[in-house]
Write a protein that binds this ligand. Structure first.
Ligand SMILES: *Cc1c(COP(=O)(O)O)cnc(C)c1O
Length: 420
């Protein structure tokens, strides 16, 4: 069970919306920092632990700076994400570049920044060498494919487009060694929104086994292993948060049994989580514009899928609080919608809420990862502002809302006059 509370009051929101109209996302800096410290503390039992925040979850440089202050690096997979990290002061081996189907200019930029380059395919060794030159440290992404006997935790990753097969790993590291690469990393990412801590321990075990085999066969030493991201968050009130310390202790046991026992320590342990770092600490704040009663009862808000796509895209659950009615019983069943001409544009279906009125303010929970970031402009809808609730209780705007001018900026409307 998690309590779905809010870090702000209705009065605060009514005041702030005078300056920054709804809808907007607001992120809770204090909670983000506390959670970052909790993760770091739990994993401090593993020597050289580092978390690289997956920028795609919340690509805002103010957030990246907060996380940099907490000692995190950045996990990037595109040129704009690399530039965002650079602008936030995260450079060098504090960047993990885990891309796929990568264009040359991204390898060039990653190399220029001194980032750790994590290759997705064996053919990228030569591509990287030709386009940017091989750095002294290279990492490979492993796709474990159909696991022997199946793995109840990891399932069957053979349908995923990512990574090297096991045979390719041996061949790839051999090529790197011949080409004079000095330092090596191994990475995998097979989970998404996973709430079972055992899953991550199993992943570590699989990677440690692979490292033992490769190190012996090729006589190379690994610098680090990157367990990927994918730690889930309790979207539903009945979900349990993932205990970081259980993962860390489980990984440590496997580390001692395999890495230490084979004399392969020190091997640094890396994570590249996004969702669990910021997800629970963001809220989409939206005002109720209309109520509509036909075959069902609808709450129409001033936000839409452009601001939060997960419910429409995956049927994902996001908890909703009606501000100022936190203590009222949930007596009425609603679909909570946006204004897109698209029937998927619903934040909740058949959700029990207190009686809602026009002008009520709703807070949609857990929008701190893959929320604003997934926004789009279909139907001419504009992406909202992002605010940061600072530790001193002040609200700072960390991204303005899009305007109609932004929406038209890629069109040559002047040229339209002469066009027939
Ligand atoms: C998306 C992604 C992550 C982060 O995943 P979360 O579920 O947000 O933790 C990490 N690494 C790679 C390569 C990814 O694609």
């Amino acid at each position: 069970m998690v309590l779905k509370t809010l870090p702000f009051t209705k009065e605060q929101i009514l005041e702030i919306k005078e300056q920054y109209p709804t809808p907007f996302h607001v992120y809770d800096e204090k909670a983000i920092r506390e959670n970052a410290r909790k993760l770091k503390d739990a994993f401090s039992i593993l020597e050289g632990f580092q978390e690289f925040f997956a920028v795609k979850a919340l690509p805002n440089p103010y957030i990246l700076k907060v996380l940099k202050n907490e000692g995190f690096g950045a996990d990037c997979s595109s040129l704009p994400e690399l530039i965002l990290s650079e602008k936030s002061g995260i450079v060098g081996e504090n960047i993990m570049f885990s891309s796929n189907d990568t264009p040359a200019e991204e390898f060039v930029k990653a190399k220029e920044l001194g980032a750790i380059i994590n290759l997705d395919d064996i053919s990228h060794i030569e591509f990287l060498e030709e386009t940017a030159g091989l750095p002294e440290l290279v990492c490979f992404r492993f796709n474990p494919g159909p696991l022997k006997g199946g793995n109840v935790f990891i399932g069957n990753p053979e349908d995923a487009k990512y990574g090297f097969t096991k045979e390719q790993l041996f061949e790839g590291y051999r090529m790197l060694k011949e080409k004079g690469v000095k330092r090596f990393g191994l990475h995998t990412m097979v989970a998404s929104n996973e709430l079972d801590p055992e899953y991550f321990v199993e992943t570590a075990k699989l990677l440690f086994e692979t490292i033992v085999e490769i190190s012996k066969e090729l006589d190379i030493r690994f610098d680090f292993v990157n367990l990927g991201g994918g730690i889930g968050i309790p979207y539903k009130p009945e979900d349990e948060p993932v205990p970081y310390d259980v993962i860390a202790k489980g990984v440590k046991e496997q580390y001692d049994a395999m890495i230490k026992a084979n004399g392969l320590d020190p091997l640094k342990i890396y994570l590249e989580c996004g969702r669990t770092i910021t997800g629970p600490y963001g809220y989409l704040v939206t005002e109720v514009r209309h109520l509509k009663h036909i075959y069902k009862d609808y709450v129409g808000t001033d936000a839409c899928m452009a601001n939060l796509m997960r419910p429409g895209l995956y049927g994902a659950y996001h908890h909703i609080t009606v501000l100022g009615k936190e203590d009222q019983p949930a007596t009425t069943k609603y679909d909570v919608t946006g204004s897109l001409c698209e029937n998927n544009d619903k934040f909740a279906i058949d959700r029990m809420l207190p009686e809602v009125e026009r002008g009520d303010i709703l807070a949609i929970h857990d929008t701190g990862a893959h929320g604003h970031a997934m926004g789009f402009n279909y139907n001419g809808k504009l992406r909202s502002a992002e605010l940061l609730l600072r530790e001193d209780g002040s609200f700072v705007r960390i991204r303005r809302a899009e305007t109609i001018e932004d929406h038209f900026v890629t069109l040559d409307l002047e040229g339209l006059g002469d066009f027939n």
